[in-house]
Design a protein around this ligand. Sequence first.
Ligand SMILES: [Fe+2]
Length: 254
Amino acid sequence: MDQEARGRASAKEAELRGVTTDPVVHGHGFHSTAEPQMQEPEVVVVTTTPAEPGSPHRVVEGDRLDILDQIRSPGCAVSIWKRKARWPLLDRLEELSPEQLPELRMATDPDHALSALGTEVQRLGLGDSSFGPDLLEDASKLVRSFCSVMKTNTVRLRFDVIRSEACRKFHLDNVAARLLCTYRGRGTQYGQFRTEGDPDPIHELATGDVGLFRGQLWPTGEGSSIVHRSPPISQGGETRLLFVIDDGGPEAGC
Ligand SMILES: [Fe+2]
């Protein structure tokens, strides 16, 4: 790594630790989240038993969007925004045939995510779909939140229509952090890494809940001991709609 790259890496690490550094060095825009910033979020520690001493293992949950900021706190491997109630959009998505669900990927930024998604949905011939603007507005809100938390101004995002057991093994993604929201079907499963066998217990995000997971490239070097996978698909032919946001680095699978 050359000196300039080391400088960028250390600035990124400082940002994610919440340390003020010279803005000229890192220079990313800081975008506020769509939801009002109020008091300290109510944090619920869900997982507290480390499989490997010293490894980050905390999973925190809250019922406000700003809970996602907690991913930057030491030892936090996953932050989860639990939505308060199932909302009508999820029911409308459930009623659509798989062909009516958006399947797309793009690179964009928080200021243009909504318009770029709208253009792409039109191109797919889904502009009149019953999910209307609600899905795209919710997704673009998550893009703004991701960019705010991760101090980045570029993202890769994708809507995956999943009909098979893709990514069925527990793993960490080859990214700094990944935001996952399943708008239709069962949510992502996660749990404490074990050297032998799958996590026990296995937790599962609810449909519509948002999980921000640290990946292998988390810049502070703390990493994560919370692994995840796609839920097993039932034999009844379930089709899931998964929304994924990565930072603007190289594209990574699963
Ligand atoms: Fe993954």
